[in-house]
Design a protein around this ligand. Structure first.
Ligand SMILES: [Zn+2]
Ligand SMILES: [Zn+2]
Length: 230
């Protein structure tokens, strides 16, 4: 099956404090499966009536970490799927923190399936990379192999893991979607650091996301990187 970057549909490209650009999240389909990358506060309202979502035979949510701008509408999504669509969502997040959080927001474990490894039926491969972001939770970036397309989705990350950077520079990773903040960022990747890591000739394959403001988009583009288009 051939895939391109156009098969990844972004719902938002903003950081937590940039509601003008909505929460960073994306979806794609493979066969009759719907995959969602992160499920922040603004996400459920954008997908609940998408035909690709409502008619999918199964739905998977891949979580990078548990800040509100990444899980804020997950509880609603899981209960809507179970109670209205009659579908049990599978959540991929290689951490034990998911269940306690969902219990507190009223989502019992029987409402969803939690997996730490990719079920073979998904037909995709995910390699998991711990990323620097918050000390009090598990934060991951993922290299996702979707048939012939390999992309890295950083989640929120202050830096690029060495293994990911070398695979990207070698061409084993086609596209990198990366958290990009201002040069003052601590918990997110400062644009200056991204520029130090990625030589200019590779920047056309790096697509910034989780950007702090509309005004900052031109600064990222001027540095030779792309920015997620919603
Ligand atoms: Zn975030
Ligand atoms: Zn975060």
């Amino acid at each position: 099956m051939e895939h391109s970057i156009d098969d990844l549909h972004f719902l938002g490209s903003g950081s937590a404090f940039n509601p003008e650009m909505d929460n960073t999240s994306a979806w794609f389909v493979r066969g009759d499966m719907f995959f969602l990358l992160d499920c922040g506060e603004t996400v459920f309202g954008k997908i609940w009536n998408l035909p690709e979502f409502t008619f999918a035979t199964s739905i998977a949510v891949i979580l990078t970490h548990m800040h509100c701008d990444h899980v804020g509408s997950l509880g609603t999504l899981l209960s809507y799927c179970k109670l209205v669509l009659g579908k049990q969502v599978t959540v991929f997040y290689p951490s034990d923190n998911l269940e306690p959080y969902l219990r507190l927001v009223g989502i019992a474990p029987q409402f969803y399936s939690h997996v730490r490894e990719v079920p073979p039926a998904w037909g995709i491969a995910i390699s998991v990379h711990h990323v620097e972001h918050a000390d009090d939770m598990d934060c991951f970036g993922y290299v996702i192999q979707l048939d012939d397309l390999s992309f890295y989705y950083s989640g929120d990350a202050a830096d690029i893991p060495e293994a990911v950077l070398s695979q990207f520079l070698d061409g084993a990773i086609d596209i990198m979607f990366h958290d990009t903040g201002t040069n003052q960022s601590v918990f997110h990747c400062p644009l200056s650091r991204l520029a130090r890591r990625i030589p200019p000739e590779y920047r056309g394959r790096v697509i910034s996301m989780h950007v702090p403001s509309k005004e900052f988009v031109d600064t990222i583009l001027d540095a030779g990187f792309k920015v997620v288009v919603v």
